[in-house]
Design a binder for this molecule. Sequence first.
Ligand code: AHR
Length: 509
Amino acid sequence: VSSPVRAIINVDVEGPVINRHVYGHFAEHLGRCIYGGFYVGPDSDIPNEGGIRLDVVDALRALKIPNLRWPGGCFADEYHWMDGIGPKEDRPAMVNTHWGNVEENNHFGTHEFMALCEMLGAEAYVNGNVGSGTVREMADWVEYLTRDGDSPMVRLRKQNGRDKPWTVKFWGIGNEAWGCGGNMSAQHYAEEARRYATYCRDHGDNTLYRIAAGANSGDYVWTETLMKALNELGGCGRDPRGIYQAISVHYYTIPGTWADKGNATEFDEDDYYTTMVRAAHTDELLRRHSTVMDNYDPGKKVGLVLDEWGTWWNVEPGTNPGFLYQQNTMRDALVASLHFDIFHRHADRLVMANIAQTVNVLQAMILTDPDTGALVLTPTYHVFEMNAGHQDAASLRVDTLGDLPAREVGGDQLETVSVSASRKDGQVLISLSNLDAADATEVDVDLRGSSVGTVRARILTAETLAAHNTSDSPENVTPCDYSDVQVTETGVRVPMPAHSFVTVSVGVD
Ligand code: AHR
């Protein structure tokens, strides 16, 4: 057991609100995320509504998913939305060239996606096509989705059975324009983003929040170019935010190389610690992108959106390499909990984050068996569920006394205890991760500025870091109530087993 950590939280000093959208999700037409994941078709034996799997929706409702990004990713820049509306038998098929070279029948399109969002209680985040689309195609999609009254696109929507417009706030102007979204230079994309965004109109009271496709991890020049492009429009009293309101960035946790990323379930301690160092790097990335943005926008009006994050392993043996299907262990859970602590600390600039991806792809919440249809909740799912109380809560700063326990990992220092906290509705929610693979520790939390009311604690851990859930053992890694947390004179004392994640909810005045 390493020596106890002392953490201090002033519960009456509230920081910026943690935007609920940092708990956002991402569903791409990739592998079995949509088809065979969310969508099984209306004729399936699996209980569904309009083809959408009801047990998947039910499980995800517990996470209070705030928004769902769709249809890609790379797929977004080859998706032509008009192929995905109208009677299913008339919808043209296409080849999904990015993901497995499989045929896409377009049976899951705009109406199905909006129905899914309604069932989940999530806001839609639609990612438009810049790479192979046109400005007109994107403008028409916005009109189709959000305009009321009478217009060519409204008539088309009504013909397809939907009278009233939907509300769609989040709108992506292309995806990874530096790569699969068109291999553009930053300058070229910045001009395209301004042009496309100009014609993505606010119809009626539907106000779009346009998100420009951002940098590949540490490409700060990309962010700077997009900020400059916004600033240039700021003259003559014009509000530069009128063009795009946010800039994204993508960063994946990959301990190996792109050619050999590492195995999801077979890894040693070195692999584990390298993973955690790479995950912790998200903090530096967000800080440095924010610093670049601060230069142009000190008032922090332009949002930063991490709309793809998570672990990316080699695919499970025997599965289609283009389907990005991977298992999910206690290690993935700790990658997620560490990310959330980082997100909470960047609440002043980070307005949204979307894990890649919700079902059957990369760091998923849910895995479904292609043969039996059985559904499994992953360890990552449980972190999202345990942390849901942070959504829209005021962040609370956590100060620690002395040095945190740390491990030296290939020249980097990894602090092995991570804590974040927030306050909402008379509750303080504290999230604590012990990232040490082998050593237990203890965190003494001083809660200043309030008396300590009812305490409820939960823990997620497992015998090994590689523990995971399967349809035969769906509860290998599952949270349970944690009675070892003690109330002290000044707060709570939280024993932390090796590789564990704990949430403590405390009633405050
Ligand atoms: O999430 C998988 C892929 O990763 C997305 O399609 C793309 O945007 C990124 O490279």
